[in-house]
Design a binder for this molecule. Sequence first.
Ligand code: ZN
Length: 105
Amino acid sequence: MDCDFCNLPGVARWKYVLSPDRPVVGLTNGAGDAVLFDDDGIWHACIACAALVDREDMAGLIERVCRALGAVLPLKDTEHRQTVQALMVGQYSAVMQSTTVKLRA
Ligand SMILES: [Zn+2]
């Protein structure tokens, strides 16, 4: 199973199961258009990402994920990077909620 955070293939050792009433993260463009990023509420994590989630190290987790995604996302564009990172904060905050259950993957 791939890590849902850094996207490294085949490395997931843990999974975080979010509560059914987890917040759904979305983006709006100010013109009334919205995109929701709902998921199945299960986030797989490699050992390194799980350690950051468990410490609630949001900055460290985002830095790690951006480093991993740098090759596939045009993150040199400041505005795009800020949008992506804001989205990550929303999604990862949901994972870090106290109602989330951590299980072996
Ligand atoms: Zn990872």
